[in-house]
Write a protein that binds this ligand. Structure first.
Ligand code: GLU
Length: 429
């Protein structure tokens, strides 16, 4: 067995985890700007409850492998826990708990009646067959069955999971209760109660917040505006597609295999076709090859990190040249790096604001499912615009009045709302 397979990285405490500590640190700093009650802070810098599960799967070669899975409820003051399920080799309890904390703050910032949760399985989905992924998902769902439910905790897709994964979760849960329960997950296929507009909602939200930012900054969004997108998963692809659709020039894109850069502009449809045929971007004939690190350092107007966390740190922050940083990913920038960017005049649209479109439309999906009344795509997109622009404006106003950067402002606006709710309920929800 490889050393990394049995070290304590899987169940490591969040006390020593840099990503977890970064989120706590932002919360602490933001809390100071709104005189956050210390008891509320003490409660929020820990998750409410965490579930660890081991998930045995019979692999295609007949052997059994056991995977480590997690589901965390960070806070449920505002409503049921809500957040995605991530399949990735680096998933562990601390990362899942930090991502759950970000969900609490995201949902509170955009004023959804939802708490924050997150789940994950430590695995490499790219190395699993469809059958293995199905077994893994169904067994994981059985193990977390008592933890989830339409009134308790509602999972959704995240890195490495998609609408098929959600369909398996919904089916396994429904089989156990004996009838269809569409409200137990969001991000489902349309045919089993998904919402129109959910698939591209996160990317759409990223672009809507960029439009709001450009109005405030007096910046044009046209063919002279250059954009680089890191990551070509659901968030990266739809952000790239929609930002191209509004007339900006996509000059760089990347996936796990690396990226391409073409100052003349990239054709999003051709990129998509290449990936459909070759699985990865590497080898794309137009433009020059760049690594994922180099992509972040390109001279562009708008940079959209839409892959993993911890991409912009004190190590590379001095090389970042964008004017707007729109965080499609969760936690792509450390607090220190973010403060340096802000002092240099880079305008950041922080993760809990920029990528909130996904959970906003998840909320619409959940509401539509509960009411059995489904909306048109136009209605979904209009309502998404209304909610995310409202959150952008609240954050922007607080940032201008208090003279604090956009990240601290978003966390402050969010935690102020949440702490009022916690104090009404009496600390213990
Ligand atoms: N995984 C997405 C996020 O990080 C969506 C969560 C959801 O829709 O519940 O925001």
């Amino acid at each position: 067995m490889a050393e990394t397979e049995h070290d304590n990285a899987v169940i490591v405490g969040w006390e020593n985890h840099p990503f977890y500590q970064n989120v706590v640190h932002i919360l602490e700093r933001a809390g100071q700007t709104v005189d956050l009650d210390f008891n509320v802070f003490e409660r929020l810098c820990r998750p409410r409850r965490c579930l660890y599960v081991s998930v045995p799967v019979r692999m295609d070669d007949g052997t059994i492998r056991v995977f480590d899975g997690f589901r965390v409820h960070h806070n449920t003051t505002l409503g049921p826990a809500k957040g995605g399920i991530r399949y990735h080799p680096e998933v562990n309890l601390a990362e899942t708990a930090a991502l759950a904390m970000l969900m609490t703050l995201k949902n509170s910032l955009v004023r959804l009646p939802l708490g924050g949760g997150k789940g994950g399985i430590r695995c490499d989905p790219g190395l699993l067959s469809r059958r293995e992924k199905q077994s893994l998902t169904r067994r994981f769902t059985s193990e977390i069955f008592t933890f989830i439910g339409p009134d308790k905790d509602i999972p959704a897709p995240d890195i490495g999971t998609d609408q098929q994964t959600m369909a398996w979760v919904m089916d396994t849960y429904s089989s156990q209760v004996g009838y269809a329960v569409p409200g137990v997950v969001t991000g489902k296929p349309i045919e089993i109660g998904g919402s129109l507009g959910r698939v591209d909602a996160t990317g759409r939200g990223v672009v809507y917040t960029i439009i709001e930012a450009s109005k405030r900054l007096g910046m044009a969004l046209d063919q002279s505006t250059t954009v680089a997108v890191q990551g070509f998963g659901n968030v990266g692809f739809h952000s790239a597609r929609l930002i191209s659709n509004i007339g900006c020039k996509l000059v760089a894109a990347s996936d796990v295999s690396g990226g391409v850069y073409s100052p003349k502009g990239l054709d999003i449809i051709a990129l998509q076709k290449w990936i459909a045929e070759h699985r990865v971007l590497k080898g794309y004939p137009e433009g020059e090859y760049v690594t994922n690190e180099e992509l972040l350092e390109l001279p562009v107007d708008i940079l959209i990190p839409a892959a993993l966390g911890n991409q912009i740190t004190t190590k590379n922050v001095d090389k970042i040249k964008c004017k707007i940083l729109a965080e499609g990913a969760n936690g792509p920038t450390t607090l220190e790096a973010s403060q340096i960017l802000s002092s240099r005049g880079v305008f950041t649209i922080p993760d809990i604001l920029a990528n909130a479109g996904g959970v906003i439309v998840s909320y619409f999906e959940w509401v539509q499912g509960m009411q059995n009344f489904f909306w048109s795509e136009k209605d979904v997109n209009n309502k998404l615009w209304e909610i995310i622009a409202g959150a952008f404006n609240r954050t922007y106003e607080f940032h201008s009045t208090k003279k604090i950067d956009m990240r601290l402002s978003a966390f402050a606006v969010s935690v102020e709302h949440l702490s009022k709710a916690m104090l009404w309920r009496g600390f213990f929800p």
